[in-house]
Design a protein around this ligand. Structure first.
Ligand code: PGA
Length: 253
């Protein structure tokens, strides 16, 4: 049975002290929650990965990075390799986030190379895909999603080691959320693609998260959809009580 994953993507937010306080409070909150098949992940800025890893050792959450370089090692000033993430015992790493595609010109080809580096280092990629508002209005959402799946997963073997996050770009950080039906339609498209390109087992075991203004007020409706297996949460993951509430809702479903 596939996992429900509630993942917080902090992006470029929080000072060290704020991160420390949040993670301790989250640990305390999780003590009171029986997580069952729900997995909690925090993706802090890379500077705090060590702090987060240390706190996570005695807690019930996992850590993910927000980015990785597509090269193995070498002269890439300011970058972080998959081997480095592996040496920090990280379980996950976000790749292909729309902000990186947009501001750092990341292509599907580069994202595919990053994904392969993560797999070589036993880290589970959280592969983000999603369409812009313009693409949705042009009626090409499905083509965009399928192209991003083809590109991002080109030549990749999947066996319980990929998480996909559908994040409509027009819903990220805007307060606009896809309706549960809009999200479900794309999640089911992704699941069918997995079945066609891999197998029924792979499609049933792969967690597909929704991202885009997920918050305590809409998490229940979204997670109630049959193909939505959790969330990649930005803004609402910065507040420990909101984030904990969303975990509680996921556990109750
Ligand atoms: P948001 O961000 O929840 O603030 O919309 C989600 C994401 O970008 O992962």
């Amino acid at each position: 049975m596939r996992k429900t994953i509630i993942a917080g993507n902090w992006k470029m937010n929080k000072t060290f002290l704020e991160a420390d306080i949040f993670l301790f409070e989250l640990s305390e909150n999780l003590e009171k929650i029986e997580l069952g098949t729900v997995e909690v992940v925090i993706c802090p800025p890379s500077l705090y990965l060590e702090l987060a890893s240390d706190i996570a050792t005695d807690s019930k959450f996992h850590i993910g990075a927000q980015n990785v370089n597509d090269n193995a090692d070498g002269a890439f000033t300011g970058e972080i390799s998959a081997a480095m993430l592996h040496s920090m015992d990280l379980k996950y790493c976000i790749i292909g986030h729309s902000e990186r595609r947009k501001y750092y010109s990341e292509s599907d080809e580069m994202i595919n190379a990053k994904l392969k580096k993560l797999h070589e280092n036993e880290i589970i990629p959280i592969l983000c895909i999603g369409e812009t508002l313009e693409q949705r209005e042009q009626g090409i959402t499905k083509d965009i999603i399928l192209a991003q799946l083809d590109g991002g997963l080109n030549g990749v073997e999947i066996e319980d080691n990929v998480v996909i996050a559908y994040e409509p770009i027009w819903a990220i950080g805007t307060g606009k959320t896809a309706t549960p039906q809009q999200a479900q339609e794309i999640h089911s498209l992704i699941r069918n693609w997995l079945e066609e390109n891999y197998s029924k087992d792979i499609s049933e075991e792969t967690s597909i998260l929704y991202g885009g203004s997920m918050k305590p007020e809409n998490v229940k409706e979204l997670l109630s959809q049959s193909d939505i297996d959790g969330g990649l949460i930005g803004g609402a993951s910065l507040d420990v009580s909101k984030f904990s509430k969303m975990i509680e809702t996921a556990v109750e479903l």
